[in-house]
Design a binder for this molecule. Structure first.
Ligand SMILES: [Zn+2]
Length: 318
């Protein structure tokens, strides 16, 4: 499908996305029981999102196949998601990414000693690894976008691997691993967490940040996006970590769905059920009344706000 037409089909409101998908079980607990919590996304496009009835993990249903996701990321994602024409990261993205990288580095400062081995899983345009490399750490990024990986190498002189299967890290190699707004894009986020845990040194720390699907300041449908195949609240993120041999590190204060984990020697939970979390998520999303919201025109405000942020970061911030 030509990329422009494919991308347009990702942008026109009140239509579905160009994919078929497949029915999958919950990535966290294996259940197939679900409750629909959303039928529309932040672009006011048709997209069905469900909450697992057993553990509360949120996912897109049907789940895009691996091929469909690959096609989306190859043809549309950066333009659709970040306004990246020609595959290059736009200036506002780099500015925002640098701001976030500074905050992440400040949070992890106690672990980022000179000589520490650091991996950024989903390193994007490379601002975080560039920053910690400057501070004397040994860094490597994994970033599947060829254009963004090339940008990071060219601008910052950092090492970035595009194909994770080419990464041959020894177990327990890294002192610090970070993954910022990446897990929500994956079909199998728990498996990714397990891989990262295997690469983590016994006393290492793993920083994970994902969007908070119960954050108060957003309307429910604004939390959904085609690129986000999974959604977490703090409790389900911690459950996914626990299943991967990780627990919150008490030296770092978690902030919503931004958490620093350490390895745990405890056994993985035999079964995962979180009825109170499920009830809370379903209650939150059932309060959405879409038609009055659309009729009121209130949806224009978040659109304007989002575009104003892009303008601000493009023109006024460097
Ligand atoms: Zn589940």
């Amino acid at each position: 499908m030509p990329a422009v037409w494919y991308t347009l089909r990702h942008l026109v409101p009140w239509t579905g996305y160009p994919y078929v998908g497949q029915s999958v079980q919950c990535n966290l607990c294996g259940s197939r029981e679900t409750v629909i919590i959303g039928r529309i996304d932040r672009r006011l496009k048709r997209l069905t999102s469900v909450c697992c009835s057993q553990c509360g993990l949120i996912r897109t249903d049907p789940m895009p196949t691996a091929e469909e996701l690959a096609s989306y990321y190859a043809d549309s994602y950066r333009l659709d998601y970040q306004g990246a024409f020609g595959g290059q990261p736009p200036r506002f993205h780099v500015t925002r990414s640098l701001r976030e990288a500074r905050a992440r580095a400040a949070l992890l400062a106690p672990a980022l000693r000179p000589g520490a081995q650091v991996l950024d899983f989903g390193s994007g345009s490379g601002e975080f690894i560039a920053l910690v490399q400057e501070a004397g750490c040994e860094v490597v990024g994994i970033e599947p976008s060829r254009a963004y990986a090339a940008f990071a190498r060219r601008r910052y002189g950092v090492t970035v691997i595009e194909d994770e299967s080419q990464a041959s890290f020894a177990p327990e190699y890294f002192d610090v691993i970070t993954t910022h707004h990446v897990l929500e894009h994956l079909r199998d986020p728990v498996d990714a967490l397990r891989r990262l845990a295997r690469w983590l040194a016994p006393n290492g720390v793993l920083y994970v940040s994902v969007p908070h699907m119960a954050a108060e300041h957003k309307r429910p449908h604004e939390r959904f996006h085609f690129g986000h195949t999974h959604g977490f609240v703090p409790e389900t993120l911690n459950l996914a970590a626990l299943c991967s041999g990780l627990e919150p590190d008490p030296r770092f204060c978690p902030e919503g769905t931004t958490v620093v984990y350490r390895k745990t020697n405890g056994p993985a939970p035999p079964t995962i059920a979180a009825p109170e979390i499920v009830a809370r998520i379903i209650d939150l999303y059932s309060r959405q009344r879409l038609l009055p919201y659309v009729a009121s025109g209130a949806w224009l405000w978040p659109v304007l706000r989002r575009n104003a942020k892009v303008l601000r970061d493009s023109v006024f911030l460097r």
